[in-house]
Design a protein around this ligand. Sequence first.
Ligand code: HEC
Ligand code: HEC
Ligand code: HEC
Ligand code: HEC
Length: 416
Amino acid sequence: MKNDRVKKLLMISVSVLLIVLAAGIFFFNHNNKMVLEGPQGEIATNETSAQAWAKFYPAHWDSYQANYANTEKPSHFTAKPYLTAIYAGFGFAKEYNEPRAHVYTIEDILAIDPARKKAGASCFTCKSTQVPEMMQKYGEQYYLMSFDEIKEEFSEAIGCLDCHDPKTMELRLSRLALIEALQRQGRDVDKISQQEMRSLVCAQCHVTYYFQPGSKKITFPWDKGVKADQVLAYYDEMKFSEWTHPDAGSGMVKPRHAEYETFQDSTHESAGLSCADCHMPYTKVGSKKISSHVWQSPLNNIEQSCTTCHRNGIDWLTSRIKTIQSQVKQTQDLAGEAVVEAINELKISQAAANVDQAKLKEAQELHRQAQWYLDFVVVTNGYGFHNPTETLNNLSTAIDAAHKSAQKAREARGLK
Ligand code: HEC
Ligand code: HEC
Ligand code: HEC
Ligand code: HEC
């Protein structure tokens, strides 16, 4: 009898212990996990309106709404007056503003200067959740449609569908150009780590691209690698120019916001960070913890963006950012002046009599290179913070090529 009692008691206490343990694990995990609210109910597979996701993810919707506070879009020309000279003959010379929040993309694109509408429907490709839908609707014709032909059809800015699968909320890629570029690199897009996805969702738009001649299809020029020299080599090989500089006569190529490319191989990227680590840090919303959906300058919230890893304090971090950026700005201005000097020399030589055509061509080729390396830095947001050493390296390459271009242009008209 005594034995039975002991057995019973043992069984009861083991069960109680197990229950307590299970509850403990449950609460421990619960408190340490990001709180996933859904999916509760159904979001349609192609729900382009972010508002329709709001009732399932109210905390994320509130965070997304906070983007509206980010309204400034100053012109790049104020701080970089040489840009109008280097972009001469191209739409960017008319207008080029700094970016602002994701929620303003439709408003901003509809307000662009008519000179910049030449790219056509493609302008909308990084601006709206409706893009995959439009590509399905129009097929390859999408790229060939004019800006005005398609503009009425877009109403939704960047939203949930751009980065999430509505059924599972997993991160996913919705942009064809990125998927195709990764596939050409031999990657299986269904087997990408979560941490890499936290950068690749941004790489759908924060990258450089070009329009394929003829089809105008948006393509990422990454087949030789994503770095400035590798992308230029890719364009050189296909003898690609986007426009001819009217003063210099050089065939030009145009980089665009290469944040993802610049970030690759940086100190932070090689340490395993992703874009979301700094730009979507965990934030407390009431008793919940969510990834911030306010895409902004980390300078606005260094506490959340950096101090999870760096214990050096906000002042140190701010001063590191400011120092890197002001050094980049200084070197960028030198490169800007050097490229303008090359353009001026080329302009004189082009008009001169008895000019040595071979030397002139060489000078134009050097101008193309110089401007490419400079522009790769200019158009990349963050003023070099994402990869300070590489950024300064690109700028020094630009300065050197620009000086050589100016020198060759002078030689072409018989000067020493
Ligand atoms: C569908 C395209 C798209 C995706 C995806 C995207 N962005 Fe953007 N992003 C843009 C565009 C376009 C702008 C500029 C909007 C404007 O000025 O109207 C922008 C602006 C920004 C800004 C600047 C805000 C400011 O204050 O100047 C930051 C920061 C940013 N994005 C970070 C990210 C991060 C981080 C990711 C990935 C988690 C990401 N973006 C994903 C297209 C995209
Ligand atoms: C530019 C890309 C992008 C857009 C747009 C976006 N998200 Fe996210 N979202 C992310 C990333 C990155 C994470 C972090 C995922 C991870 O690490 O697993 C995330 C995480 C989440 C999570 C998981 C919990 C968390 O906070 O980590 C939810 C839920 C979510 N987002 C809802 C939304 C909703 C709702 C919208 C639209 C209002 C939206 N997201 C728009 C990129 C995006
Ligand atoms: C280690 C932290 C960190 C990582 C990782 C990071 N960034 Fe940044 N990012 C910054 C800082 C700091 C700035 C400079 C902010 C400023 O000048 O106000 C910045 C600026 C930007 C800007 C311009 C914002 C503005 O308001 O001017 C964009 C867009 C951007 N980053 C996108 C990205 C993308 C896309 C990735 C991933 C490929 C990425 N960032 C990875 C820290 C980071
Ligand atoms: C997820 C962790 C993490 C976050 C978030 C993070 N860093 Fe770092 N940071 C690192 C690591 C790892 C290194 C490599 C050096 C080291 O181990 O200390 C580093 C290096 C640096 C360096 C030295 C860079 C160099 O090239 O020598 C600076 C400056 C820096 N971080 C600033 C920042 C700022 C500013 C932010 C926020 C915008 C930030 N970091 C966010 C992990 C992080």
